[in-house]
Design a protein around this ligand. Structure first.
Ligand code: ADP
Ligand code: ZN
Length: 291
């Protein structure tokens, strides 16, 4: 069965064809411009490749309430051209195949849960630290949606005493995303994260903030694994720093084999940056099965 996967990001759209075991057969990348400029390319690709179902992992916020009249639409995104755009409806009408949609971070969580390091687990979280911070939650074997969808990147964290950056989240200023996402690092240091040295003090601050949020997720969700991805997490020195802060902050309160083996508990994504595309293949497969 040829399945279509669309990972819709703020800067690029990845369109791929693959199979139900998560293997990717073909892919293209299209820059994200306005919907009128971008969507026809996406539609042409999936038509030409004859995808028999489509899984969509899209940047948000999205309306994912199945009983809502605007299910599958973008809502208040800061990308003006895309506000209220009916992502799901446009693709479903043009392609006339079963479709499923979720957020890009939920798709990545699903990819790791279906094909990656959370494969044998029922509870886990996937955190992306890139242009924004997003958290996909797998609980009892399914992706948590809830009232809207979780927005774990916007939790409030305690300030590091040496960090005087005010934060740049347009809603909350110094929430986790406003302090630790790629743009906050760049605004604070006047230099993109990828161009900063591994011993810059900013990594201490970023790891401290991420560790606090991770402790909150541990306390509230009790995940069996915590997987991190996104551009900022290419700074591999962050992993031991985050683990150290998590252990200090937990201070022995949560005991488990996983926490005792923290190097295998808080880990980088395992699917070669294909986790969201592979999660979209799983969404497509589920859509095909249900049709
Ligand atoms: P997006 O979140 O837009 O889908 P990414 O996950 O690639 O895409 O995140 C982009 C952000 O990550 C940018 O702010 C960029 O500066 C930052 N970034 C990318 N690569 C690195 C790196 N090697 N080290 C630190 N920051 C990085
Ligand atoms: Zn925020």
């Amino acid at each position: 069965m040829l399945l279509g996967a669309l990972e819709g990001g703020g800067t690029k759209m990845v369109c791929a064809i693959g199979e139900e075991d998560g293997s990717i057969i073909d892919r293209i990348t299209i820059p994200t411009r306005s919907p009128d400029e971008t969507m026809p390319h996406i539609i042409d690709y999936f038509k030409e490749k004859m995808a028999c179902a489509l899984g969509i992992g899209f940047f948000g916020p999205l309306d994912l309430n199945p009983s809502s009249g605007t299910f599958g639409h973008l809502t208040a995104t800061n990308k003006q051209d895309w506000q209220n755009y009916d992502v799901m409806g446009v693709l479903k009408n043009a392609l006339n195949v079963p479709c499923r949609i979720d957020t890009d971070v939920n798709a990545a969580a699903l990819g790791e849960a279906a094909y990656g390091c959370m494969r044998k687990l029922k509870n886990g979280i996937y955190i992306t630290v890139g242009t924004g911070i997003g958290v996909g939650v797998i609980a009892n074997g399914s992706v948590v949606h809830g009232m809207v969808h979780p927005e774990g990147g916007h939790v409030i964290v305690r300030r590091h005493p040496d960090d005087d950056f005010p934060g740049d989240c347009i809603f909350h200023k110094d929430c986790l995303e406003g302090l630790a996402a790629g743009p906050a690092i760049a605004a604070r240091m006047h230099c993109k994260g990828q161009d900063l040295p591994a011993d810059s003090p900013v990594w201490e601050w970023v790891s401290y903030y991420l560790a606090q949020a991770i402790c909150d997720y541990i306390y509230i969700l009790s995940p069996e694994k915590i997987v991190l991805g996104g551009g900022v997490m290419q700074q591999t020195q962050l992993y031991p720093m985050i683990r150290k802060h998590v252990l200090e902050l937990l201070n022995g309160y949560v005991e488990s084999d996983q926490i005792r083996d923290i190097d295998h508990y808080i880990v980088p994504a395992t699917l070669n940056d294909n986790q969201a595309v592979m999660g979209c293949l799983k969404l497509a497969y589920d859509a095909a099965l249900l049709s």
